[in-house]
Design a protein. Structure first.
Length: 171
């Protein structure tokens, strides 16, 4: 009986991935924790920062930003299931006072309070996101992007993270 439930969950997950690929959206592929740490170190994240993770998935960026770097963190995740998993991780790590999850499309959330934007999206979504970031982010806001570039912002550093490059910008 348990294997049938597991099979049903896997089927739903794979169907969701397939639909996201058809819509050309970023799919949930968790970044290795060492990659996240390296990206946050490059941007010199501190307890003075408010890190917004766009498409936060299971919340791993938020946990590391809050627990290891002292930052406040806000994760925005469109998937109800992934947002609940992220909330569970935040509670488990006792980070409720430093981390918040918003279950919404990040295109519909005001990002102006961010001092840091963290993104592991797709090339197409990054291009679509640029005008919103230009409109809403304050001068000096840091942007970290794994694997895909933003063309409209001043590149501070391109650096190797595992099998791909990551990018650090300042607005």
């Amino acid at each position: 009986m348990l294997w049938k439930i597991f099979l049903a969950i896997i089927t739903v997950f794979l169907f969701k991935v397939w639909i996201d690929l058809l819509r050309n959206e970023a799919i949930f592929v968790p970044l290795p924790k060492n990659t996240i740490r390296k990206m946050l170190r490059v941007a010199k994240i501190s307890d003075k920062d408010i890190v917004y993770d766009l498409g936060c998935g299971d919340g791993r960026v938020l946990v590391i930003a809050a627990k290891e770097f002292g930052a406040k963190a806000i994760g925005i995740e469109k998937s109800y299931l992934l947002s609940k998993i992220a909330e569970w991780k935040i509670k488990k790590e006792k980070l409720d006072d430093k981390v918040r999850i918003i279950n919404k499309d990040f295109f519909k959330v005001n990002l102006s309070n961010a001092t840091v934007i963290f993104a592991y999206l797709s090339k197409k979504i990054n291009r679509k996101l640029e005008p919103k970031l230009k409109r809403e982010l304050k001068k000096g806001t840091k942007i970290l992007s794994a694997s895909h570039e933003f063309n409209s912002f001043k590149l501070v550093k391109k650096f190797k993270t595992g099998h791909f490059y990551s990018y650090f910008y300042i607005v």
